[in-house]
Ligand binder design. Structure first.
Ligand code: R5P
Length: 219
């Protein structure tokens, strides 16, 4: 089974977690896009969505799905999104599509985070995927120096500006023994908006798509 087929399986499986009239938090990326396409099929059953990026908002609207501002709806019952890496403890690395900050905000405002990935994303240890860090532009060199002190090799993502007008530094070769601690430490560097570790608030449910169908891991 191809990763695309596996993503399609979990996108479909996530629909089963939704309830009538809910406002659904929607993530960003190729897997979230498949979920959006599935959502379009049942759009009359939901009240609307909150999107974690301009790209997802545009795709949702193109399907005729209502997109609310998070500030207008309060907390959400559910957030559905992909990830770049996931562990069986439901810790994640996200941000390959540069949407990590809004994703972290919508996830934080949601009661349940359903993470949907093809099973190639399941790892024993996070960090083979370079960790994305969103940075205020004037702080990029300072933040990069601090990331070197933490043992990482920071690389500016060329030509990328986030929906919030900031930059992304991808940190290679970071030793991530304790994901929640690394998440906290990097977030304390002045100029960092947030980093792509989702460990202090990881997923609540991980749906893994593969040749044996969908496997469900829960926190
Ligand atoms: O910023 C992007 C997000 O964190 C995505 O959820 C993540 O990169 C996974 O994307 P994809 O489903 O395309 O592998």
């Amino acid at each position: 089974m191809s990763p695309e087929q596996a993503k399609q399986l979990v996108a479909e499986a996530a629909i089963a977690y939704l309830e009538w009239d809910w406002v659904v938090g929607v993530g960003t990326g190729s897997t979230a896009n498949l979920f959006i396409d599935e959502l379009a099929k049942i759009k009359r059953n939901i009240e609307g969505t909150v999107a974690s990026s301009e790209a997802s908002a545009e795709r949702l609207r193109s399907h005729g799905i209502k997109v609310y501002e998070l500030n207008d709806v309060g907390d959400l019952p559910i957030y559905v999104d992909g990830a770049d890496e996931a562990t069986k403890h439901l810790d994640l690395i996200k941000g390959g599509g540069a949407a990590l900050t809004r994703e972290k905000i919508v996830a934080a405002a949601s009661e349940k985070f359903i993470c949907i990935v093809d099973d190639s994303k399941l790892v024993d240890r996070l960090g083979a995927f370079p960790l994305p860090v969103e940075v205020i532009p004037m702080a990029k060199s300072y933040v990069a120096r601090q990331l070197v002190k933490l043992g990482g090799n920071p690389v500016l993502r060329e030509g990328v500006v986030t929906d919030n007008g900031n930059l992304i530094i991808d940190v290679h070769h970071l030793q991530i023994d304790n994901p929640a601690e690394v998440e906290r430490t990097i977030n304390q560097i002045a100029g960092v908006v947030t980093n792509g570790l989702f460990a202090q608030r990881g997923a609540d449910v991980l749906l893994l798509g593969g040749s044996n169908g969908v496997r469900t891991l829960t926190a």
